[in-house]
Design a protein around this ligand. Structure first.
Ligand code: C2E
Ligand code: CA
Ligand code: CA
Ligand code: CA
Length: 279
């Protein structure tokens, strides 16, 4: 047993060391990354299921780390939350997303919307609504073009404060989307308590919707319930025609996914993609 224990320990130790090195590096270079703007945004279109036109885009952050290369938000956002830097990063995301929306809309005769992911940290900041309204005025964007994406986990702490800020955003004209719907443990009760404009069905459901009848039944129920509450439904992570066709049958309003486009950086590819959808 001792021998096994020792063996086990030496392997474990090695992985802990490299894990620590990476998270140590990430943690320690984050402040500099904010100052030097090492982050970038990719945009993924949201497609109307009926018209197949683009309704808007979701902005998704990446970190182009000088030493570690591209880092996924799944990896650095939890660290940014822990170290208290997510408020500042969230501010940057909001400002940049607005700047890009102005760019995109100035090059098109359609007015698109922008969906922006908000992290729980951002709701602790007292004057966030006023500051973000000021950014919108500077970018000449109406709040009605901005959709704030939140997840249920937001409500775990500070429920009162969060509800207060969300209502202030709503009153100012922003729309709200409940992201990753179906993955939380009490989704249905939140639906009733905080009615958002949109719910996004998590991609873990969409992934199985063609092969699992139970999953399909749950998706159908979610969509019906959402429509009952006058909410629109977005299906996330659509990769195949089959998934699209089932979601269409279930009256899902919009979809996002690699089937139409991966998230793209702002540039000619994105503009060409948008243009090809007008025709
Ligand atoms: P999310 O908000 O649920 O975003 C959807 C994720 O699914 C994105 O991953 C997107 O690239 C990916 N995706 C889209 N279509 C498909 C598909 O067809 N198949 C598959 N397999 N994946 C698809 P990404 O960009 O890595 O972002 C991961 C998560 O990080 C996001 O999940 C969101 O929770 C968070 N995140 C990203 N950007 C921001 C941000 O600016 N602020 C905050 N607070 N969170 C962000
Ligand atoms: Ca999202
Ligand atoms: Ca999601
Ligand atoms: Ca997610």
């Amino acid at each position: 047993a001792k021998k096994n224990g020792k063996n086990h320990f030496s392997i474990y130790d090695g992985s802990i060391q490299s894990f620590n090195y990476r998270s140590f590096t990430i943690k320690n270079s984050m402040r500099k990354a904010i100052e030097e703007e090492q982050f970038l945004l990719h945009f993924q279109p949201r497609i109307n299921v009926k018209t197949l036109k683009i309704e808007g885009f979701e902005s998704l952050i990446r970190w182009d780390h000088p030493e570690l290369g591209l880092i996924s938000p799944f990896e650095f956002i939890p660290i940014a939350e822990q170290t208290g830097l997510m408020g500042e990063i969230g501010d940057w995301v909001f400002k940049k997303s607005c700047e890009y929306l102005t760019e995109i809309n100035s090059k098109s005769n359609i007015t698109y919307k922008m969906s922006i992911n908000f992290s729980p940290n951002q709701f602790l900041n007292k004057d966030i609504v006023d500051r973000y309204l000021q950014i919108l005025r500077e970018s000449h964007i109406s709040p009605s073009l901005i959709e704030i994406e939140i997840t249920e986990s937001l409500f775990i702490h500070n429920k009162k404060r969060v509800a207060y800020v969300l209502n202030a955003f709503r009153t100012a004209g922003f729309s709200l989307a409940l992201d990753d719907f179906g993955t939380g443990y009490s989704s249905l009760s939140y639906l009733k308590e905080f009615k958002t404009d949109v719910i996004k069905i998590d991609k873990s459901f969409v992934e199985k919707i063609t092969v699992d009848q139970d999953i399909k039944a749950i998706a159908e129920m979610i969509i019906r319930l959402a429509h009952q509450f006058n909410m629109r439904v977005v299906g996330e992570g659509v990769e195949t025609t089959e998934q699209l066709s089932i979601l269409k049958d279930l009256h899902c309003d919009e979809i996002q996914g690699y089937y139409f486009s991966k998230p793209l950086p702002y540039g000619q590819n994105l503009l060409d993609f948008i243009e090809s959808y007008h025709k």
